[in-house]
Design a protein around this ligand. Structure first.
Ligand code: ATP
Length: 540
């Protein structure tokens, strides 16, 4: 009988009924359970495995009792599953992976080692080896990584021939594709440190401000924060403050009372704060929020109550606020373009998503990730990718960041001539892209928000061609050609919200960036056809 059996984790003592509901999953994992038992006997250390739903699908020794139970998400094994990284915990409770662990009082581990298990490049499970005494600590140091590798090899092989096993491992996550940190591809030091920060702040309720260039993945980070938080089962409501016309953003956020607008919904309408109650409200492009609304937002955040437009009743809310911006908000605040007080209120936890050109190491991973995704959508296996193309990907500067790279790969997969993805398919796109350097990312992050909306230029500051004196010929030309392509795209797809969405896609920019450019170039008419924007006028 196993000497560690009395160390069974407290979460293994869950209701028996829970086990009954997962019997079919456990049956499919029968061979895995056998392997875990054998390896555990050979190495004299306890092992257990959780699937993507945190269900313990195999376990030995102290963990035999845990098979069929759900492991808490906040333990070291949960940390490895979510972060996708092996973790050696030699100092339980002090280690970062244990910091938020709910099992701290009952945990008997002296040390543990966890490794995520990837099948077909997707993390589907995690295995942990646990040491309860000093000799086992040594075994852990010397053998745990090999044991994890043996289990991974077994699962990779077995999943090839048994689709049910893969489903048993991916659990419900198979339906939602992937969640949390798994969706954020990137192993560069900057991305690893960002993932660490996400893990650390996800359980907290402090306001987070995510900054980084357009297309770097700020929304993905916000989603990961939500999915890894205790609010994960409540709504995640995202609003793009730059994409909603000024005239309606206030009512979108705070709702309106009955009879506030001509044509307003009878009985009024709850705002996004109310919709997000219990969950997370993601305020994307926060720097685009008009100044007068910034004051109101600050008040609402301080009082944790919202009053609908034209209403008298206050609605308390319990919402975690995450904001994002692709401009440097501190700089904006210093220049009087964003309220200092709101900036401080929002940036309790500041996170920065690095530009893609600063993390070469991730480019190849992302190329393979998206190639696999788009090939799978066509029902095809991952094609081989020309090393010359990879070099080209790495040498390009990616002003549109991951969004731009994703579009390149999608194009490549769909338009490649042969089976493999080679440089010839994409070279023309690279050349074209290099001709138009004024792409969203660079501009939004590196420039002060010097809006050169034509309407704001006084005649004294422009030359005969209309070019502002302080602008170079090249950048003036660039802006003019950009205006032209935006106008062309808008007239092709239409000025409706959907039309703008499609135009933004075609132009490789986010909808918010398109709106900003529309504003900047004075194409203000483009707002006119937005759904409900022009007709709604506030009565009082
Ligand atoms: N690290 C990543 N791994 C996988 N996909 C990514 C990553 N970063 C970004 N993406 C993908 O790139 C696209 C753009 O990402 P996202 O919308 O999160 O960027 P953003 O920084 O919020 O952009 P914007 O500031 O323009 O709103 C999305 O399709 C997203 O899924």
């Amino acid at each position: 009988m196993n000497k560690n059996r009395h160390y069974a984790p407290s979460w293994a003592l869950g209701p028996e009924g829970q086990k009954a509901t997962v019997l079919s999953t456990l049956e499919v994992c029968h061979d895995l359970q056998q392997l875990v038992r054998i390896l555990s006997r050979l190495a004299d250390i306890d092992l257990y495995i959780i699937n993507s739903d945190y269900l313990c699908v195999a376990g030995s020794g102290a963990y035999e009792a845990a098979v069929g139970c759900i492991s808490p998400r906040d333990t070291a094994i949960g940390y490895s599953l979510a972060s996708g990284r092996p973790t050696l915990v030699a100092d339980p409770r002090a280690h970062v992976a244990c910091r938020d662990c709910s099992q701290q009082l009952t945990c008997r581990d002296l040390a543990n080692y966890t490794a995520p298990i990837a099948v077909r490049d997707k993390i589907v499970a995690a295995v942990q080896a646990v040491a309860f005494d000093a000799p086992q600590c040594e075994i852990l140091q010397n053998k745990a990584a090999d044991l994890a590798e043996a289990i991974t090899l077994f699962l990779v092989q077995s999943c090839e021939t048994d689709a049910r096993l893969l489903t048993a491992l991916t659990g419900n996550r198979a339906e939602i594709d992937s969640a949390g940190l798994e969706r954020i591809v990137g192993e560069s030091p900057a991305m690893r440190s960002l993932k660490d920060d996400i893990m650390r702040c996800a359980p907290l309720d402090s306001t987070v401000l995510i900054q980084g260039e357009s297309g770097t993945g700020k929304e993905l980070v916000a989603q990961a924060l939500h999915e890894l938080s205790p609010r994960a089962s409540s709504p995640f409501v995202a609003v793009n403050c730059g994409a909603i016309p000024e005239s309606i953003i206030e009512s979108e956020l705070f709702g309106y009372a009955s009879g506030t607008f001509t044509g307003a919904q009878r009985g009024g309408k709850p705002g996004l704060f109310e919709h997000a109650d219990g969950g997370t409200l993601f305020l994307d492009e926060i720097a685009e929020l008009p100044l007068q609304l910034q004051v109101k937002l600050l008040r609402v955040l301080q009082e944790r109550k919202v009053m609908r437009l034209g209403g008298r009743k206050e609605y308390p809310f319990d919402v975690h606020i995450i904001a994002a911006a692709n401009v440097d908000v501190a700089k904006q605040a210093r220049n009087g373009l964003f309220r200092q007080d709101l900036y401080y209120r929002l940036s309790v936890i500041p996170l920065h998503v690095p530009a893609l050109r600063d993390r070469d190491k991730d480019i190849e991973l992302l190329v393979y990730h998206f190639a696999r995704l788009y090939a799978r959508r066509r029902g095809e296996p991952l094609p081989s990718i020309d090393p010359e193309l990879i070099k080209r990907f790495i040498s390009y500067s990616w002003p549109g960041n991951v969004r731009e790279l994703k579009n390149f790969v999608e194009y490549g997969i769909n338009f490649r001539k042969g089976l493999s993805l080679d440089l010839a398919t994409l070279e023309e796109r690279f050349v074209d892209a290099e001709k138009t350097p004024d792409k969203p990312g660079y501009e939004q992050w590196s420039m002060e928000k010097s809006i050169t909306c034509p309407g704001s230029i006084t005649p004294a500051n422009v030359d005969n061609s209309g070019k502002p004196e302080n602008q170079t010929e090249a950048s003036w030309e660039q802006e003019r050609s950009e205006q032209k392509v935006i106008k062309q795209a808008l007239s092709r797809f239409g000025y409706t919200l959907e039309g703008k969405r499609r135009a933004a896609e075609e132009l490789d920019m986010s909808l918010a960036t398109l709106y900003r450019k529309i504003k900047r170039y004075g194409l203000l008419d483009a707002y006119r056809y937005d759904v409900g924007s022009s007709e709604s006028t506030i009565k009082n």
